[in-house]
Design a protein around this ligand. Sequence first.
Ligand code: HEC
Length: 455
Amino acid sequence: MSESILPFLGRFHPLIVHLPIGFLSFWVVFEIFYRKSEKSGVRLLLASFTFLSSSTSVILGFFLSWQSGYDEHLLEDHRNSGILLAILSFLLLITIVMYNNGLFFRRLYYPLLIVSFAVLCYTGHHGGSLTHGSDFLVYKPELNPANEQTLKIADIKKAYVFEDLVLPILKKKCTSCHNNEKKKGGLQLDTYGSIMKGGENGQIIVPGNSAESYMAEVILMHKDEEMAMPPKGKQPLTQAEMQVIIWWIDQNAKENTKVEQLVADNKTLTAINSVAGNEIKTTSFWETTEAEPVNLLSVEFVKKSGFLVYPIAANSNLLEIRIQASATDTLSDNALIALQSVNEQLVWLDLSKSKITDDAGSIFAQFKHLNKLNVSNTEAGDKIAQSIASLPALQIVNFTGTPISIKGLVKLIANPSIQKIYVWKTTITEADISALQIRYPKLQIELGSDSTRSL
Ligand code: HEC
């Protein structure tokens, strides 16, 4: 037999061990029910098979143990108890053969069988721990997996790169094979120290240089390659997970640095956010919207027409416009003409409870940066809905208590930028909305919200 076939034979150990387990268990059951039986032939057969299969298992176990990666303590225990079991099963065989040759053997028989069975259980348990980890049989109620995976790191900049980002990835995808008890490739990946120590081929990380790091090499390999990690068939790393590990290595693979202490470009930050389970913060359109500073004369004109004008944020040229309380009852379509002079800057417009009508429709089409529009409790209807259907920045619209019809709503929601529409107290029904939601599952169409609170 060539040297290399022995470790291969060793792989049959986990299979063959089921034989002594089966024979010995059957034997015990047999004795429980047929203790009085005179069938010594059955006992001889069971004894022979138990002995043969347990000693074969021990030999194959030796071959298997040459492969590195097992926890030494567990392995030693398992090896010793396995050998003990083989010896016990040999003694059992002798007692059966000599059963009729003296009281000594008859007295020895049952205690020996019971002890053998106990040793079998012990050996089997340790064997299981070697292959599955010692907590394999410990009941661990699963944390809500969704919670666990999307464990949010509130402020990503304050997160520890190794502890909060890298280690959770390894625990999810690597440590089932690379832990304290089962060190495949001689490698343990569940603590910082063990990772830096490396595996049977030495260090796997060259701090600051992912190109020279074996760890990076194996995780970037095509899944069909032999050394690809995790091995084929296991849940692979996501692109973001690879990126984060590689970034960590390139940033010197430190144990106690925070994200904010390292250099991260936008792509990396996106990957970090994705690994941390944070929604990637979409920049609000106005953070990217540019508008000229508003002309002060225009602002005066707008105010005189019955509106209140505010910048949406300090240092912003963008405007929020509402109706002055005193003007609510009088403000009509004509006043909207004033808004044309600030059409670049206007992003939030609240016209609720005013006297505007649907005839003002086309004016709205000019408010190209309009983001939120509230026309609740006015005569605004389908024409206005249609004219705002092409506004590229419009996200939230409130038509509560207006004559808008389902036709107008259908036109409006064709606008892909719209996220939320309020149509409470209109002719639009629950059934209309259910029908629309099938085509626009992400759109929020609200039927029961108070207009004054919604904007
Ligand atoms: C299903 C089990 C399994 C999983 C999961 C797994 N590995 Fe491995 N890993 C192995 C085996 C087996 C070897 C030894 C392969 C060999 O040497 O041919 C190994 C070897 C390695 C080595 C080489 C060690 C050395 O010094 O030779 C590295 C590095 C490695 N794994 C990293 C990882 C990383 C990173 C992950 C998670 C992304 C991972 N592994 C997940 C089974 C696994």
